[in-house]
Write a protein that binds this ligand. Structure first.
Ligand SMILES: *Cc1c(COP(=O)(O)O)cnc(C)c1O
Length: 395
């Protein structure tokens, strides 16, 4: 019998819920009109688009006109960072973000630096939190935007958006959050949290890939990334991906229930407690409520995360060594370095991310397998005794 795969890489992407797929299918072959067309097929598509937009808007307490559909998290983040920068150049050229952002924010900011913008990358504490006081100190009269990841994709740290939003509001700085990991798992209320801009996507919430949205508060000055037709309130040209958008809204409808979130948190804690029983291991990121319900990230002294991941794959357990995007690179994760890990501990880290489909049996099997893999790898490790190991950088 072929063993069943245990998929613990839901931070990278998720399975499309069967119910979501079913709702999408008619929009490929039956209701395939262009939402901008003036005939029955067009109206049908437009109606479906409006309905999906309403659902997404309501989920974050935004208005209908404030939701702009995009091709996903990367596009929304780029459109926001670059669009705010170029539209508000007359006010200033300074943007603040943090040292624990997703690669697409980091790269967009680095590109803006080549275009005359100044970027401040705020430090975070040992659990990955940005201090609102540090934000306030970094703001100058040239600051136009503060962008922060809501729940960290590598270590699961959930930022206090309300506290950070208060600082932005006080200083009249646009406030953006990348909520791709937290959406449907952590409450988002754009009014309560004073958000001007938000990034969300579909394939992290059991919806299809290649679709997402940005929330742009009414009155926000933003230059579009894509020019063309007058789609999406003139903020994002291009024929809307109707099946994808239907799937996105459907995924939200079938998103994890409160009970499923609680179950994920329990399984997460069981996994963490089980793994850290292994000698010379360390949990990265916070514990409990301030940690994303489906994220586990642990460093193992003396061995490479890549090696553990490779052995787990052979045992049909899918994991990751951090952010999926940096996997091909050998340099340690910038997020793990920012929370103060030593180079070795950052390279010795493993990320396991759960979904609403993860079962207790999956976790039990994983907990049986990991200690064996670690023991085996440590035996052949060139790094010597794990007892001398330093998890943290010496400052
Ligand atoms: C996945 C992810 C992105 C990128 O989204 P895509 O839809 O894959 O382009 C951006 N930010 C975070 C936090 C993510 O987890």
């Amino acid at each position: 019998m072929i063993p069943k795969d245990i998929y613990l890489d839901n931070g990278a992407s998720t399975k499309v819920d069967e119910k979501v797929l079913k709702e999408m299918l008619p929009y490929f072959t039956k209701h395939y009109g262009n939402a901008s067309s003036a005939h029955s097929f067009g109206y049908e598509a437009h109606q479906a688009l409006d309905k999906a937009r309403k659902v997404i808007a309501k989920s974050i307490n935004a208005d209908f006109e404030e939701i702009v559909f995009t091709s996903g998290g990367t596009e929304s983040n780029n459109a926001i960072i670059k669009g705010i920068a170029f539209a508000n150049k007359d006010k200033g050229n300074h943007i603040i973000t943090s040292k624990v952002e997703h690669k697409c924010i980091v790269k967009a900011c680095e590109w803006l630096e080549t275009q005359g913008f100044k970027i401040t990358y705020l430090d975070v504490d040992e659990e990955g939190f940005v201090n609102p006081e540090d934000l306030e100190k970094a703001i100058t009269d040239k600051t136009i935007l503060f962008s922060v990841i809501h729940a960290n994709n590598e270590v699961g740290t959930i930022q206090d958006l309300e506290a950070l939003g208060k600082v932005c509001k006080k200083h009249k700085v646009y406030f953006h959050s990348d909520a791709c990991q937290s959406y449907t798992k952590v409450e988002i209320d754009v009014n309560k949290q004073n958000l001007d801009l938000l990034t969300i996507n579909s394939h992290k919430i059991n919806g299809p890939k290649g679709v997402g949205a940005m929330y742009v508060k009414q009155g926000t000055k933003i230059t579009p990334l894509l020019h063309g037709g007058e789609h999406e309130f003139k903020k994002r040209a291009g024929t809307e991906n109707i099946p994808g958008i239907i799937g996105f809204a459907s995924a939200l409808k079938h998103g994890p229930t409160k009970k499923e979130i609680e179950k994920m948190s329990e399984l997460r804690d069981k996994l963490i407690e089980g793994i850290i029983k292994i000698e010379a291991t360390k949990l990265n990121g916070p514990k409990g409520e301030k940690r994303l319900c489906n994220n586990v990230n642990i460093s193992f002294a003396g061995i490479e995360g890549e090696a553990i991941g490779g052995y787990l794959d052979q045992k049909f357990i899918c994991s990751s060594t951090g952010s999926a995007c940096s996997e091909a690179l050998l340099e340690p994760s910038h997020v793990l370095m920012a929370i103060g890990l030593s180079h070795e501990a950052a390279n010795g880290s493993l990320r396991l991310t759960l979904s609403k489909y993860t079962t207790e049996e999956d976790i039990n099997k994983t907990l049986e397998t990991i200690p064996k893999v670690v023991k085996k790898l440590r035996k052949i490790s060139p790094f010597g005794k794990v007892m001398d190991y330093v998890f943290r950088k010496n400052n």
